[in-house]
Design a protein around this ligand. Structure first.
Ligand SMILES: [Cu+2]
Length: 280
C-alpha cells in the first residue's frame, strides 16, 4: 500500500540496509488506491445519507389537501402536527432555521478537503515520476520497423532490455537519430513508434530525429512486456514483446554486463553499489 518501502526506508535509518527509491508501478498503484478508497468512502456516505433522508422524511399518512404544495411558504417544523422538519418540494437550503446551514457548510468543506487532498497527493506523486532519479544510467532505445534496439553505455546493443532490480534506468528513445533519418515508406522507413511497457508503468514516443526520455525501475526480477502504441506499418502488431524487458537480480546483472561488456566495470560497480537518490 502507501509506499510501504518508503516508510520502511524512513524507519530503518540503518545505513547498511539498501536504500531504494520507489518503482513507478508502486507510485501509480498508490494513486489508484487513494482514488479508489476515497471514491468508495464518498459513495457509501452519500448513498447512505440519501437512504437515511428518504426514510426520515417519508410521508407515512395521506397528506391533507394542499399540504405539500410547492407554494407552501412556511417550514414544516413550524407545523405542530408534524414530528420532523420535512424539506418542502422546491425548497433551497437557506441556512435559516434548524441547524443554521451547518450541514450545508460541512458538506462543502469536506468535499473541498477531499478534492484538494487528492490533488496534492496526485501532484506529489507525479512530480516524483517526472524527475528521473539522479543515479540512473542512460540506455538508448531505437525503435525500428518492427523491433527495438537497446544501446548500453559501452555501445553494446541488444534486442531486449536487460536491467538490474531496484536500479533506475533512463531510456533515451528515438526512431532514428538526428541527421540519419531516411524517407518514410522506404526500407526501414523512419516513422513514429512508441516504447511502452504497461507492466513497468513507463512509456515514451519514438520520434524520428528527436529524443524523448522516460525512466524505468522494477524491484521484482522477471520478464516484462513492451509494446509499440503507434500504428507504424504492416508489422505494427508484431512490435509486442512479452519478454521485452528482463529484470535481473543485481549480481546476475553484474555477471551478464561484465560478459557482454555493457559498460565500464568500475562504472558498473559504482552504479550497483550507489545509494538511491536522496539518501546520504
Ligand atoms: Cu512501431
Amino acid at each position: 500500500m502507501l509506499g510501504s518501502r518508503v516508510i520502511l526506508n524512513i524507519l530503518s535509518g540503518d545505513p547498511t540496509v539498501a536504500q531504494v527509491s520507489r518503482d513507478p508501478t508502486d507510485v501509480f498503484n498508490d494513486l489508484l488506491t487513494a482514488f479508489l478508497v476515497m471514491g468508495t468512502i464518498v459513495g457509501v456516505v452519500v448513498v447512505a445519507y440519501i437512504l437515511h433522508s428518504a426514510y426520515k422524511y417519508k410521508i407515512d399518512d395521506t397528506p391533507a389537501e394542499g399540504q405539500y404544495d410547492i407554494d407552501t411558504s412556511t417550514f414544516a417544523d413550524e407545523d405542530e402536527t408534524e414530528s420532523v422538519a420535512r424539506p418542502q418540494l422546491g425548497e433551497i437550503p437557506s441556512g435559516v432555521g434548524k441547524g443554521g446551514g451547518k450541514k450545508l457548510f460541512l458538506s462543502f468543506a469536506i468535499s473541498a478537503l477531499i478534492v484538494v487532498g487528492l490533488i496534492i497527493f496526485a501532484y506529489w506523486n507525479l512530480l516524483y515520476i517526472e524527475d528521473t532519479p539522479e543515479d540512473a544510467i542512460e540506455i538508448g532505445v531505437d525503435a525500428n520497423q518492427y523491433d527495438y534496439e537497446y544501446t548500453y553505455p559501452s555501445g553494446e546493443t541488444t534486442s531486449q532490455l536487460f536491467i538490474p532490480a531496484d536500479k533506475p534506468v533512463e531510456l533515451n528513445v528515438t526512431a532514428c537519430h538526428p541527421g540519419e533519418c531516411g524517407t518514410p515508406g522506404e526500407g526501414d522507413g523512419e516513422v513514429w513508434h512508441t516504447w511502452h511497457s504497461q507492466d513497468l508503468s513507463a512509456g515514451a514516443d519514438a520520434i524520428p530525429g528527436q529524443y524523448t526520455q522516460t525512466w524505468v525501475q522494477e524491484s521484482d526480477p522477471g520478464e516484462y512486456r513492451v509494446q509499440c502504441q503507434e500504428l507504424c506499418g504492416a508489422g505494427h502488431s508484431s512490435m509486442n514483446f512479452d519478454d521485452g524487458v528482463v529484470v535481473m537480480e543485481q549480481d546476475e546483472f553484474q555477471d551478464w554486463c561484465e560478459d557482454e561488456e555493457c559498460m565500464d566495470d568500475e562504472e558498473l560497480d559504482n552504479w550497483l553499489n550507489s545509494p538511491a537518490e536522496g539518501d546520504n
